[in-house]
Write a protein that binds this ligand. Sequence first.
Ligand code: KIV
Length: 272
Amino acid sequence: MSTAKKDYKRITTKSLIDMKANGEKISMLTAYDFTMAKIVDSAGVDVILVGDSASNVMAGHETTLPITLDQMIYHASSVVRAAERALIVVDLPFGSYQSDSKEALRSSIRIMKESGGHAVKLEGGSEIKDSIKKILNAGIPVMGHLGLTPQSIYKFGTYTVRAKEDAEAEKLLDDAKMLERIGCFALVLEKIPAHLAQKVAESISIPVIGIGAGSGVDGQVLVLHDMIGMTHEFSPRFLRRYMNLYEDMTKAIGNYVTDVKSVDFPNANEQY
Ligand code: KIV
């Protein structure tokens, strides 16, 4: 259950800004379907991210690049039907906003209209400033995403920690300030040194939500399937597993197979 300082009926972008101002940490998790989103929402998570990590954990792709806008809208509309309290943020997938700002706005409008999500998230800083401004001008809330941006994995070459060098760290701080200035309501920082993440969080008034960015930020996000241990092969240092569902489910399903084969299931009480 939630340990929120103040109970919010429905979390809004303003609630998150208030939480930062009041020193209350923000909890964010991904979800991609109705059943999981219901559980995540009931447990009191403040923000549900319909992340393009669905490309990995739901579709089995190696990267986040293949997932389409139509697929993101399908996932997001399932989550919207489930969540009563959480703010729902939907990732703009690779290829739906990089060409120009008009395309970025068109994609964002489709997400808002067709899924009912409450905000969009885009990866990048100064390179996509015009697109973010155009989306914001249409009244659509935008969450930024800096640091390790998985849609650029083929540019980076690896998933290792970003912004360890001064030049990249300076650009990241400048980008964060720019995102705040133009009107983003929050920012995700992925896999950067903790001291840099803390510096960013202290330099801007909008909430900074970290993944692999230490404890000096305003909130934390994890991929749901990782934190409940469904994806047992992925073990970065920043990941805390709260369950080992891969093992538990494998055991349970194995027991079911045994029961079916031995005609233990169904028993007399489990039939008509
Ligand atoms: O797609 C995703 O799940 C994300 C989080 C890792 C922040 O962007």
